[in-house]
Every structure is written in C-alpha cells, then in structure tokens.
Design a protein around this ligand. Structure first.
Ligand SMILES: [Zn+2]
Length: 239
C-alpha cells in the first residue's frame, strides 16, 4: 500500500475513535438531560394538580353561598305558606319549597364529590412531591457521576487528540485538507477500504480497471461514486 495512504488510514482510525468518544459524551449528556426532563415534568404536574384544587375550591365556595341562599329562600317560602289561603297558591309555594330542597340536595352532593376529588388530588400532590424530592436527590448524584464520567472520557479524548495531531503531521497538507473535507461531508469517513471491488464507504462497485490500479497500490485513487480516498487491505479472514 502507498505509504501516504497507510498514514491516512491510521489517521482515520484515530478519528474514528475520537468520534466514538464524542458519541459517548453525548450519550452520557443525553441520559442526564432525559432525567432532568422527567423531573421538570413531575414539577409541572404538581403545579397542574394544585391549580385544579384551586378551581375546585372556588367551585365549592360558590356552591356554599348558593346553598345558603337556597335555604333562606326555602325558609321564606315555608313562612309564606302559613299566610296563603287558596289551594292554588299553596300548590305553587309547595313546588317552590320542593324545588329549593332538591336544589340544596344536589349542591350538597356536588360539594361532597368536590371534597372527595380534592382529597384525592391532595394525596396525588403529596405523592408527587415525595417522588420529586427523591428524584431531585438522585439527579444531583447522577449529575455528579456524569460530570466525572465525562471528565474521564475527555481525558481519553485528549490522548487521542494528541495522537491525531502527531499523525496528521505525517500527511501532506493538501491530502489532509481533502480528507478533512471528505470526513465533514461523508459521515466522518474520508478514506475507505475496498473489498472485492466494492467501496466500503458507499458500497458501490468500482470499475475493474480502477480496482486493478488500486491493487497495485502505488497511487491514491478516489472512489468514483463517493469520492472518498480508497485503499486496499485484505479482510482479516483472507489474510
Ligand atoms: Zn465509495
């Protein structure tokens, strides 16, 4: 294999490792972000439950006032009952009293239902608050762990980056630029092996004539499909 391509392939290996390290850091960060997201959701649900209780309490107070008014009205009608003479008037007042009592009963039932719901919501809030407390503590521990993990990963990255700087110096600037550009536009892969006439970057076959040139190994060639710099190295199973 062409000496320059050998160095370039080595650089690609180092870059691949650095990409992997970046992926590890991202994964750690994503996991942590996911957990803080869950915690924020928990906090938001506590707010929602609290708001629901406020609405219900307002409703309950309105009902209370309405029940008082209704009872006053019923008492008033009962007093009026004593004074009326005709059966028709009595029937009308009796109906009013009955409707009033019915209204009171319905509103009292509604009040009971509200109180039951408030009780349930209060318990839910309590549970969520306890969970929130525990989860906050866990997240703090987790954040510390991730911070340390990322620091350790970054140490490894630094080593690889130093290695990369040294390796890059072995490559002609022009080729290095081409390789870096290819990496940017070709999913991190700038130099590729060709196995059985197939580019391992884009998995397209390369013309036999070019493949033969490549097998001779004295000149760098670009893949006609993905433009990556090609080399040939027999697969381990073949070697
Ligand atoms: Zn290709």
């Amino acid at each position: 294999m062409n000496e320059e391509i050998v160095e370039l392939a080595l650089l690609q290996k180092i870059d691949h490792q650095i990409d992997g390290i970046d992926g590890e850091i991202q994964a750690e960060q994503n996991a942590l972000d996911g957990k803080s997201g869950d915690l924020a959701e928990r906090e938001a649900s506590i707010v929602t439950l609290t708001e629901r209780i406020d609405i219900l309490e307002k409703e309950r107070r309105t009902l209370e006032v309405e029940v008082t008014d209704e009872m006053v009205h019923v008492k008033d009608r009962q007093a009026k009952m004593m004074q009326v003479q005709t059966g028709r008037e009595q029937t009308a007042i009796l109906k009013e009293i009955e409707d009033g009592k019915k209204g009171v009963k319905e509103k009292e039932e509604k009040t009971v239902a509200i109180m039951e719901e408030v009780e349930q919501l209060t318990a839910d809030i309590e549970e969520n608050k306890n969970l929130f407390k525990g989860e906050t503590e866990l997240l703090q521990e987790e954040t510390e762990k991730v911070k340390n993990a990322i620091a350790a990963i970054n140490k490894r990255k630094k080593t690889q980056s130093n290695k990369r700087v040294r390796q890059a110096k072995k490559i002609k600037p022009q080729i290095l630029r081409k390789y870096d550009t290819l990496r940017q536009h070709r999913n991190g892969l700038g130099v590729v092996n060709v196995l059985d006439g197939v580019c391992q970057g884009c998995f397209m076959a390369i013309p036999p004539q070019q493949y033969n040139l490549l097998l001779r190994g004295d000149k760098p060639l670009d893949c006609p499909t993905c433009q990556r710099i090609m080399y040939h190295e027999a697969a381990e199973a073949e070697a």
